[in-house]
Design a protein around this ligand. Structure first.
Ligand code: CP
Length: 313
């Protein structure tokens, strides 16, 4: 690998947009060293003994919340969940007041998912703890993108000259945005594809290509990444219906055959089986969706460790 940097430059991890290529490599290198703990080949660590982390999820999650919980646990930290649905948030307490309250308890990390873009930035400005953005509205999902980068690195050995095609509900996807920010910094060619109403040509200003012809989009791709249709964020008739969507944009073996012979299939999950991905493809050997989950713990361990080092220096 190739990081020239020893420390992250910020106390928080708010987005891929803010990270330099060296910082991306620093996180990937550390994730590589953490992976053997996740797979049980190495003893769990006490690197974060005495540190405390809290997860604050204003939106639902399985993977991200549990991966952070396991990452902290594997490194010896105390990890607690605020349980937003049963907290004083429900009595109207503001995000900033909630954050300040937790800060006064001496918490070192606040790992937050929120439906408002920029919520993690607001929290970070108001607390001394390291804030990690676990997804904010349609803005960014940096730790998902980092686990995607690590999976690509692990399977393909690098990023330069690879073609990654991302298909689906691009307009509402914080995963797509974070992937575009990072993959373009790492030298990967990114193509976005999906229904015109969910894939604006204007996204090309982010350094990627927007394609409405799915076969052209998938042609010679090294990685095909499907995105979840986010029914909870659809409004204003941007979207026909699930059956129509799956018939036109659902990725099946026939479409996937336009990619390179050694191409891989990724998805951040959860998957709407039979909608954005056909089950026979999802369950085939081209899929690395399960490996993405495992790598998600290693990447989050890397982030917790690096932010701890940043705070100590
Ligand atoms: N990929 C992802 O963010 O999954 P969760 O919503 O389950 O955390």
């Amino acid at each position: 690998m190739q990081s020239k940097q020893q420390f992250l430059s910020q106390k928080d991890l708010l987005g891929i947009r803010q990270l330099t290529p060296d910082e991306l490599w620093l996180i990937l290198e550390r994730a590589e060293s953490m992976k053997s703990i996740v797979t049980g080949q190495r003893e769990k660590s006490d690197l974060l003994k005495g540190k405390s982390a809290v997860t604050l999820f204003y939106e639902n999650s399985t993977r991200t919340r549990m991966a952070f919980t396991m990452a902290g646990t594997y490194l010896g930290a105390n990890v607690a969940d605020l349980g937003v649905a049963n907290s004083s948030v429900k009595k109207g307490e503001s995000l900033v007041d909630t954050g300040i309250t937790l800060d006064r308890m001496g918490i070192d990390y606040m790992i937050m998912r929120h439906n408002q873009s920029g919520a993690a930035h607001l929290l970070a400005k108001n607390v001394g703890a390291s804030v990690i953005n676990a997804g904010d509205g349609a803005n960014e999902h940096p730790t998902q993108a980092l686990l995607d980068f690590y999976t690509i690195y692990e399977k393909k050995g690098g990023f330069k000259n690879l073609k990654v095609t991302i298909i689906g509900d691009i307009a509402h996807s914080r995963v797509a945005r974070s992937n575009v920010f990072g993959l373009t910094k790492l030298g990967t060619k990114v193509t976005l594809a999906g229904p015109g109403t969910l894939t604006a040509k204007s996204m090309e200003c982010l350094g990627c290509k927007v394609e409405t012809d799915l076969k052209k989009a998938v042609q010679d791709a090294d990685i095909v990444m499907a995105l979840r249709i986010q029914m909870e964020r659809q409004k204003g008739g941007l979207f026909p219906n699930l059956r129509e969507y799956s018939q036109i944009y659902g990725i099946d073996e026939a479409l996937f055959s336009y990619a390179k012979p050694d191409a891989l299939l990724m998805h951040p999950a959860p998957v709407n089986r039979g909608v954005e991905l056909m089950p026979e493809l999802m369950d085939s050997s081209v899929s690395v969706i399960d490996q993405q989950v495992t790598n998600g713990v290693a990447v989050r361990m890397a982030i917790l460790a690096l932010l701890n080092e940043r705070r100590a220096n």
